[in-house]
Design a binder for this molecule. Structure first.
Ligand SMILES: *Cc1c(COP(=O)(O)O)cnc(C)c1O
Length: 233
């Protein structure tokens, strides 16, 4: 199937999953994850209606950013971000989904301030407890958001997680449920510099379940561009 057909098929599934639980499909943002995919194919996705592209490596993001300057594409940094690379992307990305340490947040705040901009970020949580995954624990989210109150050039727009991979996505429904629960709890706590708007969860294998549980940003790579054939982080 073509990239366009893949995207149409996903949008169809998004609509079905949303309607199943009485949600408006228009409230769900699809971030097409173009990591390892060349700029031409990423452009195909944009020509097929995709507005948001996600990358997990700084160098790759910058390269594609430069190739796609003629489009209105919005870039999302979704992968582990090293502090010394924040300066390269701070003025190029719509949102950073992977803030999982105070040191990283501090650097983002510093660079955002130097560029005179407000950095939109999501806090990454590790719900599955897997050691191989980045993200702060459920218990530390409140303290973390409290620490964000001193960063005037950061706006925390929500939470993000990468669920453990399971053959049957029903096996990770609990992760999404838990995320929604935490999201709802912190939403009413009115932390300064925080506006809980986005819940970024759900990938190729599990986005329909994530939507049923309240996700409003799904990050889909494989189902749009096909299997990636080289190793990633
Ligand atoms: C690669 C990646 C995705 C997309 O994964 P697929 O299974 O290919 O849809 C989503 N989120 C993050 C953080 C990723 O690194």
């Amino acid at each position: 199937m073509s990239i366009k057909e893949n995207i149409d098929s996903i949008l169809n599934k998004v609509e079905k999953a949303a309607k199943k639980v009485g949600r408006d499909p228009a409230d769900i943002m699809v971030v097409a994850v173009s990591k390892t995919v060349d700029s031409n194919r990423a452009l195909k996705a944009v020509e097929s209606g995709i507005v948001n592209l996600g990358e997990n490596r700084v160098q790759e993001l910058i390269k594609k950013y430069d190739s796609l300057t003629d489009t209105d594409v919005k870039w999302h940094m979704i992968g582990h971000l090293q502090r010394n690379k924040v300066k390269y992307i701070i003025d190029k990305v719509e949102m950073i989904h992977s803030v999982e340490s105070l040191k990283l947040a501090k650097e983002i705040n510093k660079r955002a301030s130097q560029n005179n901009l407000l950095a939109k970020v999501l806090v990454e949580l590790n719900i599955g407890g897997e050691e191989s995954k980045f993200g702060i624990s459920e218990e530390s989210i409140y303290e973390f958001l409290e620490s964000m109150e001193e960063f005037e050039n950061i706006k925390v727009m929500g939470l993000m997680t990468v669920a453990p991979f399971c053959e049957d996505p029903e096996d990770v429904r609990w992760v999404f449920k838990k995320m929604k629960n935490i999201f709802d709890k912190v939403s009413v706590m009115n932390f300064k510099n925080t506006e809980m708007k986005y819940l970024s969860m759900g990938m190729t294998n599990d986005f329909e379940i994530a939507i049923e549980e309240g996700s409003n940003i799904i990050r889909v790579g494989t189902a749009i561009f096909g299997a990636r054939n080289y190793k990633e982080d």
